[in-house]
Design a protein around this ligand. Structure first.
Ligand code: CP
Ligand code: NVA
Length: 306
């Protein structure tokens, strides 16, 4: 059977994604009631290649492997031969001989695809310039935990048409919800990704209009990793798109606010938004651990009965 990779949300079917969300919730509840006694990854190793910084992704994958009885290797591109020009495909073949799965955080999505094409073990996208699908597993898990099925509901993305926005678009397709994107002119998501989602996804310019009666509002930093030099220009271009408590007041009374984090208070969110009870970002961040466990389990062992 061909090796399954998770490079974006379209690599799994809607049924498989729904299974992962339910499985992640079940793993989380099991951890609370029974403690970490389930160790299906004994003698399994995950290689984690990081070409960009990370807190949540690294800690959640490493902890997931440890709690499930396996081991994770942190590989910074600076310290491996990748940083000295060893071809990506050669690295993929070498790691495939030794480890059970590989997780990669990098810049160009094509580099990840090149790696996956040469890898005989599952490869997981831990963020590229184009997508961040692991974050969406935790986000949809959080939304589902708190509000039940997300099918037919309405989420609003405020900000840059970036890697997170692209993943929200794919999530709208796979989980069948409506997505309104509110971004400045010139910062739209990629046209092909948008077009493939059909009329589930719309672009609006006025945040007050975009959030009206929404079930969920989310945003992200205005300048992503690798765009630090554009910070000042982006601060000016995104003015007026800050998510505030007053903006959430326009949404449904039970609206949830998500942010993948790290957040810049005073930029894309108000200074106090994360203290508002509608913001569930700490639960969202914690759910990275459980979602990662469900994903790794699925890729290494296949679906299991909860
Ligand atoms: N949200 C997220 O991926 O966080 P890190 O960059 O800290 O991994
Ligand atoms: N869009 C952000 C997400 C960080 C988790 C970035 O790529 O830097």
């Amino acid at each position: 059977m061909a090796t399954r990779h998770f490079l974006n949300l379209l690599d799994l079917s809607p049924d498989e994604l729904r299974y992962l969300i339910q499985r992640a919730i079940s793993i989380k509840n099991g951890l609370k009631t029974h403690g970490p006694t389930y160790t299906p990854f004994a003698n399994r190793t995950l290689a984690m290649i990081f070409e960009k910084s990370s807190t949540r992704t690294r800690v959640s994958f490493e902890t997931a492997m440890a709690q499930f009885g396996g081991h994770a290797l942190f590989l910074s591109s600076k310290d491996t031969q990748l940083g000295r020009g060893e071809p990506i495909g050669d690295t993929a073949r070498v790691l495939s001989e030794m480890v059970d799965a590989v997780m990669i955080r990098t810049f160009a999505h094509e580099g990840l695809e090149t790696f996956a094409a040469a890898s005989t073990v599952p490869v997981i996208n831990a963020l590229t310039d184009d997508y961040h699908p692991c974050q969406l597993l935790a986000d949809v898990m959080t939304w589902t935990e708190l509000r039940g099925s997300v099918k037919g509901r309405t989420a609003v993305w405020i900000g840059d048409g970036n890697n997170m926005c692209h993943s929200w678009i794919n999530a709208a397709r796979q989980f069948d919800f409506q997505l309104r994107i509110c971004c400045p002119e010139g910062y739209e998501p990629r046209q092909d990704i948008l077009a493939a989602a059909g009329d589930r996804v719309s672009i609006l310019r006025d945040p007050m209009e975009a959030v009206m009666d929404a079930d969920l509002v989310t945003t992200d930093v205005w300048a992503s990793m690798g765009q630090e030099e554009e910070q000042a220009k982006r601060e000016s271009d995104f003015r007026g798109l800050q998510v505030t408590e007053a903006l959430l007041d326009r949404a449904r009374e039970d609206v949830l606010f998500l942010h993948c984090l790290p957040a810049h208070r005073g930029e894309e969110i108000s200074m106090t938004l994360l203290d508002d009870p509608r913001a569930v970002v700490w639960q969202e961040a914690g759910n990275r651990l459980h979602a990662q466990k469900a994903l790794l389990e699925f890729l290494l062992l296949g679906p299991v009965e909860s």
